[in-house]
Design a protein around this ligand. Structure first.
Ligand code: FES
Length: 149
Protein backbone atom coordinates (compact mmCIF):
# COMPACT_ATOMS: atom_id res chain seq x y z
CA UNK A 1 0.00 0.00 0.00
CA UNK A 2 1.19 3.50 -0.83
CA UNK A 3 1.82 5.73 2.18
CA UNK A 4 0.12 8.68 0.46
CA UNK A 5 -3.12 6.71 0.18
CA UNK A 6 -3.29 5.96 3.92
CA UNK A 7 -6.47 7.56 5.26
CA UNK A 8 -6.40 6.70 8.96
CA UNK A 9 -5.65 4.01 11.52
CA UNK A 10 -8.57 1.57 11.62
CA UNK A 11 -8.99 2.19 15.34
CA UNK A 12 -9.90 5.83 14.61
CA UNK A 13 -12.97 4.85 12.57
CA UNK A 14 -15.77 5.26 15.13
CA UNK A 15 -18.30 2.53 15.93
CA UNK A 16 -21.48 4.60 15.70
CA UNK A 17 -20.46 7.51 13.48
CA UNK A 18 -18.20 8.36 10.55
CA UNK A 19 -14.67 9.58 9.86
CA UNK A 20 -14.49 12.46 7.41
CA UNK A 21 -11.76 13.00 4.81
CA UNK A 22 -11.15 14.59 1.43
CA UNK A 23 -10.45 13.20 -2.01
CA UNK A 24 -9.84 14.64 -5.43
CA UNK A 25 -10.30 13.03 -8.84
CA UNK A 26 -7.24 11.04 -9.87
CA UNK A 27 -7.79 11.92 -13.52
CA UNK A 28 -5.55 14.93 -14.30
CA UNK A 29 -8.06 15.97 -16.96
CA UNK A 30 -10.94 15.89 -14.46
CA UNK A 31 -12.45 18.88 -12.69
CA UNK A 32 -9.85 18.66 -9.92
CA UNK A 33 -12.40 19.66 -7.31
CA UNK A 34 -12.11 18.19 -3.87
CA UNK A 35 -14.96 16.10 -2.51
CA UNK A 36 -15.67 14.85 0.98
CA UNK A 37 -15.88 11.18 1.85
CA UNK A 38 -16.72 9.19 4.97
CA UNK A 39 -15.44 5.95 6.44
CA UNK A 40 -17.93 3.89 8.39
CA UNK A 41 -17.72 0.51 10.10
CA UNK A 42 -19.98 -2.28 8.96
CA UNK A 43 -22.03 -3.05 12.07
CA UNK A 44 -23.13 -6.45 10.72
CA UNK A 45 -19.66 -7.73 9.93
CA UNK A 46 -18.08 -10.34 12.15
CA UNK A 47 -14.75 -8.68 11.49
CA UNK A 48 -13.78 -5.41 13.17
CA UNK A 49 -11.69 -4.66 10.10
CA UNK A 50 -14.61 -4.18 7.73
CA UNK A 51 -15.14 -0.58 6.71
CA UNK A 52 -17.13 1.01 3.91
CA UNK A 53 -16.54 4.36 2.27
CA UNK A 54 -19.02 6.73 0.67
CA UNK A 55 -18.98 10.20 -0.78
CA UNK A 56 -20.33 12.45 1.97
CA UNK A 57 -23.44 13.63 0.14
CA UNK A 58 -27.07 12.68 0.60
CA UNK A 59 -28.86 11.23 -2.42
CA UNK A 60 -31.92 13.42 -1.85
CA UNK A 61 -30.20 16.78 -2.22
CA UNK A 62 -26.67 16.00 -3.27
CA UNK A 63 -25.08 19.14 -1.87
CA UNK A 64 -26.19 18.15 1.64
CA UNK A 65 -23.47 16.50 3.70
CA UNK A 66 -24.18 13.49 5.87
CA UNK A 67 -21.19 14.23 8.13
CA UNK A 68 -21.14 17.95 8.76
CA UNK A 69 -17.74 17.84 10.43
CA UNK A 70 -18.28 16.05 13.71
CA UNK A 71 -19.42 12.62 12.50
CA UNK A 72 -22.68 11.58 10.87
CA UNK A 73 -25.60 10.49 13.02
CA UNK A 74 -26.30 6.75 13.00
CA UNK A 75 -29.22 4.64 14.15
CA UNK A 76 -29.20 0.83 14.21
CA UNK A 77 -26.31 0.57 11.79
CA UNK A 78 -27.64 3.12 9.34
CA UNK A 79 -26.29 6.56 8.49
CA UNK A 80 -28.94 9.23 9.02
CA UNK A 81 -29.24 12.36 6.90
CA UNK A 82 -30.43 14.89 9.44
CA UNK A 83 -32.00 17.18 6.84
CA UNK A 84 -35.06 15.12 6.00
CA UNK A 85 -34.40 11.87 7.85
CA UNK A 86 -33.16 9.55 5.12
CA UNK A 87 -31.50 6.33 6.37
CA UNK A 88 -28.63 4.65 4.50
CA UNK A 89 -27.26 1.19 5.31
CA UNK A 90 -23.65 1.60 6.45
CA UNK A 91 -22.41 -1.44 4.53
CA UNK A 92 -24.32 -1.08 1.24
CA UNK A 93 -25.09 2.66 1.09
CA UNK A 94 -28.68 1.75 0.22
CA UNK A 95 -31.36 4.20 1.34
CA UNK A 96 -33.96 2.21 3.29
CA UNK A 97 -36.17 5.12 4.32
CA UNK A 98 -36.75 8.74 3.42
CA UNK A 99 -37.29 10.91 0.36
CA UNK A 100 -34.56 9.12 -1.64
CA UNK A 101 -35.57 5.59 -0.62
CA UNK A 102 -34.07 3.09 -3.05
CA UNK A 103 -31.11 5.29 -3.98
CA UNK A 104 -27.54 4.36 -3.06
CA UNK A 105 -24.65 6.47 -1.81
CA UNK A 106 -21.66 6.82 -4.14
CA UNK A 107 -19.02 4.29 -3.13
CA UNK A 108 -15.30 4.83 -2.84
CA UNK A 109 -13.04 1.78 -2.68
CA UNK A 110 -10.92 1.36 0.44
CA UNK A 111 -8.88 -1.48 1.93
CA UNK A 112 -7.59 -2.32 5.37
CA UNK A 113 -3.99 -3.46 5.74
CA UNK A 114 -1.83 -3.75 8.85
CA UNK A 115 -4.34 -1.82 10.95
CA UNK A 116 -4.68 1.12 8.59
CA UNK A 117 -7.36 2.12 6.09
CA UNK A 118 -6.15 2.97 2.58
CA UNK A 119 -7.85 4.60 -0.37
CA UNK A 120 -7.66 2.03 -3.19
CA UNK A 121 -10.08 3.61 -5.65
CA UNK A 122 -8.43 4.33 -9.00
CA UNK A 123 -10.79 7.26 -9.58
CA UNK A 124 -9.72 9.26 -6.52
CA UNK A 125 -6.60 10.44 -4.72
CA UNK A 126 -6.43 11.04 -0.98
CA UNK A 127 -6.12 14.72 -0.02
CA UNK A 128 -6.37 14.78 3.79
CA UNK A 129 -8.47 14.31 6.89
CA UNK A 130 -11.38 16.57 7.81
CA UNK A 131 -13.79 18.72 5.82
CA UNK A 132 -13.20 20.88 2.77
CA UNK A 133 -12.08 24.24 4.15
CA UNK A 134 -12.57 26.34 1.07
CA UNK A 135 -16.07 25.70 -0.24
CA UNK A 136 -15.40 27.93 -3.25
CA UNK A 137 -13.00 25.24 -4.37
CA UNK A 138 -15.46 22.44 -3.75
CA UNK A 139 -17.37 20.67 -6.44
CA UNK A 140 -20.61 22.38 -7.41
CA UNK A 141 -23.09 19.72 -6.47
CA UNK A 142 -25.95 22.10 -5.81
CA UNK A 143 -27.84 21.51 -9.00
CA UNK A 144 -27.90 17.77 -9.04
CA UNK A 145 -30.35 15.38 -7.51
CA UNK A 146 -31.38 11.96 -8.65
CA UNK A 147 -34.80 12.35 -7.10
CA UNK A 148 -37.54 14.59 -8.37
CA UNK A 149 -40.40 15.95 -6.30
S1 FES B 1 -31.17 16.16 2.03
FE1 FES B 1 -30.87 14.21 2.94
S2 FES B 1 -32.89 13.50 3.26
FE2 FES B 1 -33.18 15.40 2.28
Amino acid sequence: MEAESRIAPLEEVPDESTLLFRVEPADPDGDGDEREAILVRDPDSASDATVACWLNYCQHLTHIKLDKGSGAAMRNGEIVCENHGAYFEADSGYCTYGPCEGATLSEIEVSVADGDVYLTDDDYAFVGRGPIEDEANASDLTSTSNVEF
